[in-house]
Each structure stands twice: as structure tokens, then as C-alpha cells.
Design a protein around this ligand. Sequence first.
Ligand code: J7C
Length: 405
Amino acid sequence: MEENGEPPEEYVALCNFTANGSEQLSVNRGDRLIVHAKPSSDWWWAELQGVKGYVPASHLHQGDAAEEEEDPWQDEEYFGNYGTLKLHLEMLSDKSRTEACRQVIVHNSASLQSKVIMDLGCGTGIVSLFCAKLAQPAAVYAVEASAMAQYTRELVRRNTCEAVVTVLQGRAEEVQLPEQVDVLVSEWMGNCLLFEYMVESVLLARERWLREGGTMWPSSATLTLVPCQAHSYYAEKMAFWENTYGLDFTPLQPLARQEFFAKPKFSHVTARDDCLASPHDVLDLDMYTLQVSDLEEMEGQFQFCLEKSGQFHGFTAWFSVRFESLEEGGAAVELDTGPNAEPTHWKQTLFMLDTPIVVHVGDRVQGSLILRRNPVWRRHMTVTLNWDVSGSVHEAGSKTFPMWR
Ligand code: J7C
């Protein structure tokens, strides 16, 4: 590795890393390394006690000891955000989401009779209130860590549900329930399904509080992918520089690629018409068997046969979840956040390729998607997409998108 004349900088390892091959360097949390070069955003050329090798940039941190002790869950910021109305208004205004939750309670009201329910991350308590009003459960424990819980308590009283619903303010990992529950319901899904990793809290609560044979709602979750075009986004952020008031600004395109396409675009709406193929499910999570350790790395494969010619700008991802029915012969309720369903507040997540590929009907796009949870910042992850286009063109590529760290 050519050391490029940049002055070396000192970094601290945030967690352990085990080298894979002689080019890489193993480090332990707290090690002080000298970084000689940053040849890519992912891998840096570093030195530890005279030995040099590559270390993942995500494992290194520059700064003082105080920052090293920052909470890897960022709970203050996370629950701080959920302590204000903005996000609750957004979630409650999302008709598809909230109606799906209501349908689950309505369609299962007979089975919920005399049941004990835990509503994890109840927010303003909407699901707990649906349970109390639309079914006759024995008890609902509404658990909420943010300061919203104090208002939720008031909402429960105002709607005369206090005989059934008990609001417990605290992290689900820490609260004490007086009994095990028959149903664990939680709306935990984040962007690209897993972002926020609230699902970990749900899995831990399942181990602690769900009785043997109890029900998980949602019962399963799926991450779905489709190759797509994104003409207006590409025009706005990238093609723009080709003719800027009659001038050639293309030398700014590499900068634009880094600034606008390195991370996924949240809250993107992919029109049905922009999908180049039929969607493909890449991950299926069973909420009864999923383990916290499974969350560290999840991989799915895809193979698309293109049904449309056009510019392959990137991939769109979204999720769906199913709430299994407890009624004899009842159908599951599904909440689908994809381009073929009613729009939700999650919208979709867009992953832009660095350079679009011109594709034709009948071309194949195959590859894999890997979600890697950030080893330090536990609510974050990277999404790696590997693709191979064959048919009228042959192009393979790979790109890793931090979300966000
Ligand atoms: N314990 C209690 N409440 C939680 C937890 C937890 N471990 N994690 C998230 N919440 C709450 C959060 O304060 C907010 O009201 C809601 O659950 C988040 C819903 N977010 C989502 N992406 N569905």
C-alpha cells in the first residue's frame, strides 16, 4: 500500500476485529492505532505495535475517552425523539399501519377474550386501547420507554380503559410484569425493516415474558427487493451537473455520487411503473424462532428476470409483516409497505448504483443482499448489494451502504 503523504493520525479501536488473511490486522477494543492511509471509505491501512494491515474504518474512532463512552444504543436521543409528538403523529396518521393494527384486534376479538397482552413500545397506546375497546382481554401491559408514557397513562384514563390497560414506563428490557403474557404485540419495524433494531427488545421480551405457546404479533416479517429506475432522483442529483446553466459541471459528479448515493435514500416512493421486474423476497423472519444473534448478519439471494427495458438505477427495498390469526380458519392480517400497496409512512428505501446500467426486457439480475449490524452503534447497519446483470449487457458490481453509521 502506497502511503500517500497524508500525516498519520491516531485512532482508537471501538471493538474487537479479527483479521481475515495476512493483509488485515486484528485489533482489540481500546487499541490505539496509527492510520497511514484511507484508500477507501471502508478499509484503512493502519499500524499497531509496528505491524501494518487493513482495518475496517467502522471499527475505528478518533477522539477522546468521553466520546468512547457514548451509549451505543443512543437511547437518550432515540427515546427523546419518541417523547415528542412528531413521530407519533406520523405513525398514527399512517392509515395503513394503524388500520392494520385495528383489523388484527377486530378479527381476533373472540380469541383475545381473557388473554393477557404485552404491547411493547406502545407509544400513545393506540394498540392497547384497541385491545381494551374492541376485545375483552384480562389485562394489557403497555410498555413505553419514552416520556410519552405519562401522556399515554392519561389517554388510558380519559378513554376509561384503566381497568384493563396498565402503562409501564421503562425500557422493555428492564420492566417487571406481574405475570407472563399470552400475546406479545409490538410495532417495531424500521426503515428497511431492521434499522433501529428495536426487534432486539422484542426478542428479549419474548424470552422473558411470552408464555410457552403464546402469540407473537407480527408473527413474521419479510424484506423485499426490486431493481428499479429512479429517473427524477438521478436527474436532480447527478445528471444536473452535465449542463448547469449551459456549463459543464461534471467534475462535481464524483462528489455528488459520494454525497447523495453513498447512503440509501429513506422515504423514497417507487412507482409501480419504475419497478423493472417482479419483486423478490430476500429475507423471511419468523418471529417465534429468530434469535438476537441472527441479527448480526443476514443474507438473502435474489434473481430477477427484467420485465421492462430502461435505466437500472438501483434497488428499492421494503418490508411486509403478517399477524397470524388466532381464530379457527381466520386469515392473517398483512401490512405491506411496498409499491403495490397503499403508501405508508415508511415509504420505501432506495439504493442507488454509482452508475446506471441500460437494461432490456429478458435481462437477468442476480445477486445477494447482506445486512450487517454495526458492531458499535447497535441501532445502525450496512446494506451490501452484490449484483450481476446478464443478457443484453454483462456487468457485475457490489456496493455497501451505511445506514447510517
Ligand atoms: N422499550 C420500551 N419502549 C420502546 C423500546 C424499548 N426497548 N424500544 C422502542 N420503544 C418505543 C419508542 O419509544 C417508541 O414509542 C416506539 O417504541 C417505537 C416504534 N418505532 C418503530 N420503528 N416501530
